[in-house]
Design a protein around this ligand. Structure first.
Ligand code: HEM
Length: 627
């Protein structure tokens, strides 16, 4: 076993993750960055020695500046006969070996931080230049990018798919810690679960939740989702028309309110504008409410003393703050770390208190036989009620058939407890706003690029054709085809301008699955954005073509995913394999309906670039005019 992997791993891993996370937009993540073709490498600091441009040269330079000493010798064995009469020699050799190991570990830590910083810089400023450079390397020499010390970057299509499939080797563990904050406090509720599906690859934890959650957020909801998304998207464009400005900010309207509508009316976590009646009896938007004692018994509130019925701004702010703390706040050295952590924790507490209040409210109504809206939250409560009334036998049998074995006694009730309903709804809501918002902005930006002639167009996939399909009326024979075509436009636009570039995994055991040895503990950046433009697999990858083969593949279609649509191996924006986006149906429909409503406004004209926030993490604005 080489020494660097075992020594100082924790420190190295932490340093690498810190360096890389600022850019990483995972589950739920996106980021800014230049256009795919923008050849801008990271800026050089004054006084730095010039090096040939390029990511690999920058890595080589970082490696030269952080040399590694020779690998330390093995630890001496006290029982070695050579020490039999010379214990002092054993002590001396042991001290030397320990010193060498420690020097090596320190050097490896410095090297890891330096390489991690280069990766982070390039991901943050010129991701596509970097990924293209990696794709351009001879395949036999570089199946994946793997420095001697530092994170692995998987950029080629076959390896990206393989990596996402092998959840036994490459796990989502790096997401786990911050996700646990929305679960019960184990000191108050021993034995409580502290996972969310995107933070675990432990089969025993993941699979039952997978079956339950994909039953209540399901493919069959397509028509309901389409109606919601259309109504909200058209409300946004109507509002823009009525404003008289002749301009719409895609990110601030469609990108924000269509996802919030899905959160409200599909996931079951609505907002109420200030002073407007809310679903909680007697409470209005902006009203405080006391924290429930049942919740206080299991969950620790450290930041807030009372709950709040959220307005749209509150709910949006909570989701964004919680998302940022979970996925984009991993560098304690950052000046904003404390503020983002604090805001994330406050948001997590408000959102948890509110979801709990909704659970109480709907549960009471369900038990009284009163009608409730059909949402993810109430569907979970119905299942809970079924099980608590001893009517869960069929559900239990279903799960046993899909999972291949019955759940342990009482497990179904545990998975459907108030705590699990709360944290599962929390995790899903947190994934359902920030990513869709940026994806909507990116998709619209990409469509404007198509209009502006940035892409080579194949098979008549022109902007004008998209405008035509958006204008097709509902009562015509062309209508179903128009929706399918617009869906392809949305996905192709997002393929060329995705809302993120990499997913994060951690290598769980030493393996050579991706063609090179990768050691346990190594952070792995899975560059799905590069895979979607890998010329080895995707023909003319930089051209805009809505007739591409989506390369549909069944995933666990004979087991727990039997109700799921096959997964595309071309459009990877929603991930692939086990952790394929739970909101994939909601999200495709959101993108399609937002695109349709936007194109129906009139002849569009870009009024601004897609603008990101100060940290280059979240989409803030994209102004589009029409005539
Ligand atoms: C355009 C919008 C969206 C995009 C681009 C997107 C993207 C993604 C991606 C890339 C993943 C996989 C993460 C990984 O493997 O590391 C994912 C997972 C997930 N997404 Fe989405 N998402 C979107 C919308 C939504 C919505 C609307 C919801 C909720 C209804 C949602 C809930 C989730 C959840 C719960 C997971 C974890 C699934 C699992 O671990 O099995 N997402 N999403």
């Amino acid at each position: 076993m080489t020494h660097w992997t075992d020594q100082g791993l924790g420190g190295r891993l932490a340093a690498l993750l810190h360096a890389a996370w600022h850019r990483l937009r995972v589950l739920l993540a996106g980021r800014g960055g230049p256009p795919p073709t923008g050849p801008e490498p990271p800026s050089r600091k004054p006084g730095d020695t010039p090096t040939p441009p390029g990511f690999l040269n920058a890595v080589a330079e970082a490696e030269q500046k952080t040399p590694l000493p020779p690998p330390p010798p093995p630890m001496p064995d006290e029982d070695d006969p050579k020490y039999a009469d010379d214990p002092a020699a054993y002590q001396r050799d042991k001290q030397q070996a320990e010193a060498a190991a420690s020097a090596f570990a320190e050097a490896a830590k410095r090297r890891g931080a330096a390489v991690g910083a280069v990766v982070s810089d390039w991901l943050g400023t010129a991701p596509y230049v970097m990924l293209q450079e990696l794709l351009d390397q001879p395949r036999d020499r570089m199946p994946v990018f793997k420095p001697a010390v530092g994170p692995v970057i998987v950029m080629r299509h076959p390896e990206v798919i393989r990596c996402l499939e092998r959840t036994d080797l490459f796990t989502v563990d790096p997401y786990a810690a911050e996700m646990a904050r929305a679960t019960d406090d184990p000191s108050k509720h021993p034995g409580a679960y502290s996972h969310f599906m995107l933070g675990t690859d432990n089969d025993a934890l993941y699979r039952p939740d997978d079956v339950l959650l994909r039953r209540v957020v399901a493919r069959s909801d397509g028509p309901m989702l389409a109606a919601l998304a259309r109504e909200e998207a058209e409300r946004c464009t109507r509002g823009a028309r009525e404003s008289g400005t002749g301009e719409i900010d895609v990110v601030k309207t469609l990108g924000k309110f269509v996802p919030l509508r899905i959160v409200a009316d599909y996931l079951g976590v609505p907002f109420s504008e200030s002073g407007q009646p809310s679903v909680l009896p007697g409470l209005r938007g902006g009203d405080p409410f006391p924290l429930d004692t049942d919740l206080l018994d299991v969950f620790s509130f450290r930041k807030i003393q009372q709950g709040l019925v959220p307005t749209s701004d509150d709910l949006y702010g909570w989701v964004k703050d919680a998302f940022r703390n979970i996925f984009n706040n991993f560098n304690p050295a950052s000046p904003l770390f404390q503020e983002f952590r604090e805001r994330g924790l406050i948001a997590t507490e408000y959102l948890s208190a509110y979801i709990h209040a909704l659970i109480r409210c709907y549960k009471a109504r369900l038990m009284a036989g009163e009608p409730v809206p059909d949402t993810m939250l109430t569907r979970l409560l119905r299942l809970q009620l079924q099980v608590s009334r001893g009517e869960g036998e069929t559900l239990g049998q279903d799960l046993a058939a899909l999972l291949g074995a019955p759940l342990p006694e009482g497990e179904l009730a545990r998975r459907l407890s108030d705590s699990m309903v709360r944290s599962n709804v929390f995790g899903t809501v947190v994934g359902a706003v920030v990513n869709p918002q940026e994806a909507t902005g990116r998709m619209a930006d990409s469509m404007l690029r198509l209009q502006e002639g940035h892409y080579r167009v194949l098979n008549d996939a022109t902007y004008q054709q998209a405008v035509h399909w958006a204008s097709v009326a509902e009562d015509t024979v062309e209508y179903p085809r128009s929706l399918e075509t617009l869906r392809k436009y949305a996905l192709e636009a997002l393929r060329l301008q995705p809302q993120g570039e990499v997913l994060l995994r951690r290598c769980a055991k030493d393996n050579t699955e991706l063609g090179v040895p990768i050691r346990q503990g190594t952070p792995v950046f899975v560059a799905y954005a590069a895979a979607m433009r890998d010329p080895g697999v995707i023909a003319e990858p930089l051209a805009f073509d809505i007739t591409r083969d989506e390369r549909l593949a069944e995933y666990l279609a004979d087991r727990e995913r039997h109700m799921e649509a096959p997964q595309s191996q071309l459009y990877l924006q929603h991930g692939y394999g086990r952790h394929k986006c739970l909101g994939r149906y909601a999200s495709e429909v959101t993108l399609l309906e937002s695109l349709r409503a936007l194109l129906r406004l009139g002849a569009l004209e870009r009024r601004s670039p897609l603008q990101m926030d100060a940290q280059n993490l979240y989409a803030e604005s994209l102004r589009v005019g029409w005539s």
